[in-house]
Design a protein around this ligand. Structure first.
Ligand code: IVH
Length: 675
């Protein structure tokens, strides 16, 4: 056969295999047997062996995995990969609806899409001119890990988007978001096989899918029965993309992506609620942990904006908890950061929804006595979403008489001091402010990632420092010396120097992190940021009155009281004094309120490739100058920043008569508006 004819055969075979792969893994409607498919693939491999230069990354042979990697590289997402707010019942859904309807009238006329909330691993897939070029995990929402080689092994993932019958090309650049998962059936089969082989079985499909995709060796990933469902277009360039969620799902389906057919479009929020409540998760072939309700109009969804990491335009309805019964083996207590003593149940290990549960919370001591929970009882335990499992109550009918009534401890299990139960409160406290357990919890919180973020200082080390008497409060961390650390077990020169360094570096953390780290009841990162913005240093914050704090939006009387109380405690004043002496005294620079930001009040959309700035750099530049960047063009867009090969946003902006800026013009605009 001439080389030309062979190449033709090769290309035809590729097309045919692609189409059978799609029919089998996406449509679940194969038209050839596995044997026939394997024969064709074998032939393709033979041709490729003779003509390695013909092989492209989207060849059907390229799904078997590649050489192992040393580590995953980072991938910056083109737009934030947001999370979702939760609703646990119809009231929560209604509250969400009313909240967004108050923000924007258009919500009252929009329709919704209700989709299954897939319990897998979020993936972000990049296509250039229809070819799959890169795939990433969600990571922190801004930057994920490059798992391209692993994703390539998923047969339901198109390695190439076929050109349709009309010859329509897909957008030149397309970024799609979806969830990689393992079906319940495939998971069962996988475990049966592992069991037969005498190997360790997996606990649940989600963790197996996530673990398989985090393999550095993609040949291992190829052995796992992973599949995929996509549900959103993150970004598209050069090509019309739909402006409703419902059409986006259809569009993705037409392009050859696997899209769940369980999604429904509905006219009103009542219909959406009814779908959520009527859905039985057990009727799905894969695990879902809820339903997602999305505002169908994507411009409106975009305009509604984001709270934290959750877009306002969508909400996840979580199914009610799963429950099982097991034996309560013991009741033990934990000492919290504020000295609160809470009981927890030690359980005979039991599986709930694919997770083995060994402990569950018992809420408080009143709960134990009200429910008459006894050690040895069979108890009903629930687990819902990511929350800690909790005990519902005993099953009294099956008592044997050997169960033992429980009495709360009189003394703190950590320091041995008496436990207090203030009148009218359910909580029991250890009031010894020097209690090591409290101190450990306090320090643990202070050094944690949400507070001072001191790298390398984990719970074991914190315990070691407290046990050795080297640290009696958070401020003592800053007077630790290398010599002291070297006396501790497991410390060598390098480890000691690293820790001292990490602690010293934390002195330059911003004020809100220090405020968070103080562990004032009710003051998390968000409240701490508000306080830091307003008071700028701990000196000013320590002087505030309760009514002053209550006048800040979002601060109620309880949190105001706990802030004032914290600063009144002499031990805490001493901690502040020590922090200041040791140079742990961040001061928040005044916000640039006095001088308005050049782009304040303006909303931008960036599209196409700019001459010098990457899209993220352009976004950072706009935001650093007080402007807002959204991902789609809407009535609120003031300017479109246009680069080469723009997407449909350019057409949309033109239709709406939105002024267009080049990169240079954007820079000029900033300059002109800078006072
Ligand atoms: S939409 C702005 N739709 O659930 C878009 N997310 O708990 C926000 N998830 O991080 C996400 N199924 O990874 C969306 N049908 C679905 C989903 C879904 C599963 C994941 C998603 C998100 C997480 C939030």
């Amino acid at each position: 056969m001439s080389s030309e004819n062979l190449k033709q055969e090769y290309q035809a075979l590729q097309e045919e295999l692609r189409s059978h792969n799609y029919r089998y893994h996406v449509l679940n409607d194969p038209v050839v047997s596995d044997y026939e498919f394997d024969q064709m693939l074998k032939r393709l491999r033979e041709i490729e062996a003779d003509h390695p230069d013909w092989v492209t990354s989207d060849s059907p042979t390229q799904r078997a995995g590649a050489e192992p990697l040393d580590k995953f590289t980072k991938v910056e997402h083109p737009a934030p990969i947001l999370s979702l707010g939760n609703a646990f019942g119809k009231e929560d859904i209604r509250d969400w609806y009313e909240r967004i309807a108050r923000l924007d009238d258009r919500v009252r006329n929009t329709d919704f899409v209700v989709e299954p909330k897939l319990d897998g691993l979020t993936v972000v897939l990049h296509y250039q001119n229809g070819v799959f070029t890169q795939g990433a995990t969600r990571g922190n929402g801004e930057v994920g890990e490059d798992i391209t080689e692993n994703l390539r092994t998923i047969k339901a993932l198109p390695l190439r988007i076929p050109v349709d019958e009309k010859g329509t090309q897909p957008p030149s650049r397309l970024v799609v978001r979806g969830e990689a998962l393992i079906t319940k059936d495939d998971f069962e089969k996988l475990n049966q096989r592992l069991e037969k082989e005498g190997k360790k079985t997996y606990l649940n499909p989600r963790n197996t899918a996530a673990g398989s995709l985090r393999q550095l060796d993609s040949r291992m990933t190829a052995k796992r029965p992973l599949t995929l469902l996509v549900y959103a277009i993150v970004e598209a360039e050069n090509g019309e993309v739909p402006n409703t969620q419902w059409e986006s799902l259809n569009f993705l389906r037409q392009l050859g992506f696997p899209v769940s057919d369980a999604s429904q479009q509905c006219k009103t929020i009542d219909d959406a609620i009814a779908i959520c409540l009527d859905t039985d998760p057990d009727s799905f072939p894969f695990e879902i942990d809820g339903m997602v309700i999305k505002v169908n109009d994507l411009d409106l969804a975009d305009d509604l904006g984001v709270v934290g990491k959750d877009p306002r335009g969508a909400i996840a309805y979580k199914f009610p908890a799963k429950s099982v019964t097991t034996r309560l083996e013991d009741i033990r207590v934990n000492v919290g950061r504020t000295g609160v003593i809470t009981p927890y149940a030690v359980l005979e290990p039991v599986e709930i929804g694919g997770v083995v549960v060994r402990q569950a919370t018992l809420h408080n001591f009143d709960f134990i006595s009200e429910k008459d929970i006894r050690i040895g009882d069979r108890v009903l335990v629930k687990r819902a979403g990511e929350v800690i499992p909790y005990v519902i109550g005993p099953i009294e009918d099956v008592r044997t008489g050997n169960e033992v009534k429980y009495t709360p401890p009189k003394t703190c299990p950590s320091c041995g001091e008496p436990i207090m139960n203030p009148e009218g409160e359910v909580a029991y406290y250890c009031t010894n402010s020097a209690c090591p357990a409290q101190l450990v919890r306090n320090l643990e919180h202070f050094v944690s990632r949400s507070a001072m973020d001191i790298f390398g200082l984990g719970i074991n080390l914190v315990e070691q420092l407290v046990d050795a008497g080297l640290v009696n409060d958070i401020a003592d961390l800053y007077t630790l010396t290398k010599k002291e650390l070297l006396r501790l077990e497991g410390f060598a020169d390098k480890k000691a120097a690293n820790l001292i360094n990490a602690i010293a570096n934390s002195k330059s953390q911003p004020l809100y992190r220090l405020i968070t780290g103080l562990g004032i009841r009710g003051v998390g990162q968000v409240a701490a940021q508000d306080l830091a913005d307003r008071y700028r240093d701990l000196e000013a914050l320590s002087q505030v009155t309760q009514s002053e704090i209550e006048s800040i939006e979002g601060f109620g009387p309880n949190i105001a009281e706990s802030i004032v109380e914290w600063f009144e405690i002499p031990e805490n004043q001493e901690i502040l004094r020590k922090l200041k002496t040791n140079g742990v005294w961040p001061v928040e620079e005044p916000a640039e309120e006095q001088c308005p930001q050049p782009l304040e009040g303006l909303t931008f959309v960036v599209t196409g490739t700019l001459p010098t700035l990457s899209r993220t750099e352009a976004k950072d530049l706009i935001e650093a100058n007080g402007g807002k960047v959204t991902s789609s063009v809407s009535g609120n867009t003031n300017y479109l920043v246009l680069g080469e090969n723009p997407g449909s946003k350019y057409d949309q902006a033109q239709k709406k008569n939105i002024p267009i800026l080049s990169e240079d013009e954007l820079k000029n605009l900033i300059e002109e508006r800078t006072p």
